[in-house]
Design a protein around this ligand. Sequence first.
Ligand code: SF4
Length: 66
Amino acid sequence: MAAVEIDHAVCIVSGMCASVAPDIFEVADDNSEVIVLQPNLPDELVDDANNAAVCCPVEAITVHPG
Ligand code: SF4
């Protein structure tokens, strides 16, 4: 199964990933971090994760193919 992770040391909590792929990423209520809702990605969400990774302004998202 594919997987996705965020480098929280790099993430600036822009929220782009949560906009592009709301099934996978969510901004915490206090805006302190982005939560990965689906760290183990079902196949149907891999494209969304890759799109979010491309959109991330600081390249904090890594998608590991299954
Ligand atoms: S798009 Fe990148 S910088 Fe923005 S919240 Fe997501 S992981 Fe963080």
